[in-house]
Design a protein. Structure first.
Length: 82
């Protein structure tokens, strides 16, 4: 039983969120990929498709307001994107 708990914990750590040292853009790409959502879903957060692309490549910083919206969209803490 203890082995199963260790295996589940290890799986969750490797598959639930990107590593802590990831950039906000990497975290956003990871969540987008694992959620099955498309980049078009982020247009409501960033306003324009070009802004979505810039955020995904790390050329545009994610504002506090956008982080809150992303947190709601992906059901994560907004601080993940700051």
């Amino acid at each position: 039983m203890k082995l199963l708990a260790v295996l589940v914990e290890d799986y969750d750590r490797r598959h639930s969120l990107p590593p802590d040292n990831s950039s906000p853009a990497e975290k956003l790409r990871y969540l987008l990929e694992t959620s099955g959502k498309s980049a078009a879903a982020l247009t409501a957060v960033f306003g324009q498709r070009s802004h979505v692309n810039e955020a995904l490549t790390g050329k545009r910083k994610i504002s506090a307001d956008q982080a809150r919206k992303l947190g709601r969209l992906f059901s994560v803490k907004p601080g993940l994107f700051v």
